[in-house]
Design a protein around this ligand. Structure first.
Ligand code: GLN
Length: 192
């Protein structure tokens, strides 16, 4: 059985836990430092508010140990705010967080208020899936070694990269945990 740590300081973590458990994995919540003592085969960074998550990660002393594990190759599934936490660079924000994923990300790229939408679209290696975007970031630039898994054309801002993989880091601008389709999580567990 795979043991997946789900960052549970803020945001849509419960939804990820339910999907992972329905696929036969064991999901446990990471809320404090001692949660990192448990065996962990993979990590989920959920959607939410990246500024809040980043601050809590530091306040709780989770930031450095998690960054080290990701750098050392711990498989990560990051959605929305999670993608922002992984990005090496943010085009419209001076902060960076784990900075383990060599891409440039733009926060709230679709606009803050009207930025939520839904499409059905292909994700490379995974297939056709529902994609729900909620005040989503986009990936503006990818560096060497980063594989683009999907770009989505939207009327507001045009064709943009919304999913990438770099080594064992799978990062998505949308929220697969909010739809019934479980193929993304299945792919992630397979990747481990
Ligand atoms: N707008 C959020 C942020 O910048 C991300 C939105 C989300 O995770 N749904 O952190």
């Amino acid at each position: 059985k795979l043991h997946i740590g789900v960052l549970a300081v803020q945001g849509a973590f419960i939804e990820h836990e339910r999907v992972l458990e329905s696929l036969g994995a064991e999901a446990f919540e990471i809320r404090q430092l001692r949660d990192l003592d448990r065996p962990m085969d993979g990590l989920v960074l959920p959607g939410g508010e990246s500024t809040v998550q980043g601050k809590l990660l530091r306040d709780l002393g989770l930031f450095e140990p998690l960054q080290k594990k990701i750098r050392e190759g711990l498989p990560v599934l990051a959605t929305c705010a999670g993608l922002i936490l992984l990005a090496e660079k943010l085009s419209n924000d001076k902060s960076t967080y784990f900075a383990t994923l060599p891409v440039t990300v733009e926060r709230n790229a679709y606009g803050r208020q009207l930025g939520s939408f839904f499409v059905q679209h292909d994700l490379k290696h995974v297939g056709n899936i529902p994609m729900t975007f909620i005040r989503a970031p986009i990936i503006n630039q990818v560096n060497d070694g980063v594989e683009v898994l999907a770009h989505v054309d939207s009327p507001s801002i045009g064709d943009k990269i919304v999913a990438v993989q770099y080594k064992k880091q799978l990062a998505l601008a949308f929220h697969p945990e909010l739809d019934l389709d479980r193929k993304v999580h299945q792919y992630f567990l397979g990747m481990i």
